[in-house]
Unconditional design. Structure first.
Length: 165
């Protein structure tokens, strides 16, 4: 499934320098990093979250995990109010295939929140809504385009060792 033309037009109309990066079919940011042979810090994880009645697109480095408690504090809601919606919600509400949410919230008409850890990277690879193509661009260009809220809601990703429970 190729990148949505609407997204590519959006980038071009806003004069955002970007590169379409083809790769084998992947479903996660971690898999994208492995396939493209880049550091996890260079790939952006895009997660749909629901806080109360509102949806947000949370972006963080693939090297980190989302901390729902930190996110709740950042969004000023009770921790129990923050959830990761089921893939069915993504498909019904945003008309995308499960797992194919792009990192561009403006395309889905939802606000974007970005973990400050991404600001430390000059350039990153973003989900494009395609399982076989991503977009490489400068973080500052992304921030200027999407105008997200910046916060601190990611924690270091714990890697499970094989053979251990």
């Amino acid at each position: 499934m190729p990148i949505n033309k609407k997204l590519l037009n959006h980038l071009e109309q806003n004069r955002i320098k970007h590169e379409v990066v083809p790769h084998k079919k992947v479903f996660t940011a971690v898999d994208a990093a492995a396939t493209l042979k880049v550091k996890l810090e260079q790939v952006v994880k895009s997660l749909l979250v629901k806080a109360g009645n509102n949806f947000y697109l949370a972006l963080l480095p693939a090297s980190k995990n989302l901390d729902l408690s930190k996110l709740a504090r950042f969004l000023k809601v009770k921790p129990a109010a923050v959830k990761l919606p089921k893939e069915k919600v993504m498909a019904e509400k945003f008309k995308v295939k499960p797992g194919a949410m792009s990192a561009f919230g403006s395309q889905h008409k939802i606000p974007v929140i970005v973990d400050q850890g991404l600001a430390k990277v000059k350039e990153a690879i973003f989900a494009s809504g395609s399982f076989t193509e991503s977009i490489r661009m400068k973080i500052k260009d992304y921030l200027n385009l999407e105008k997200p809220l910046l916060g601190n809601f990611a924690v270091i990703r714990k890697v499970k060792k094989k053979g251990k429970k």
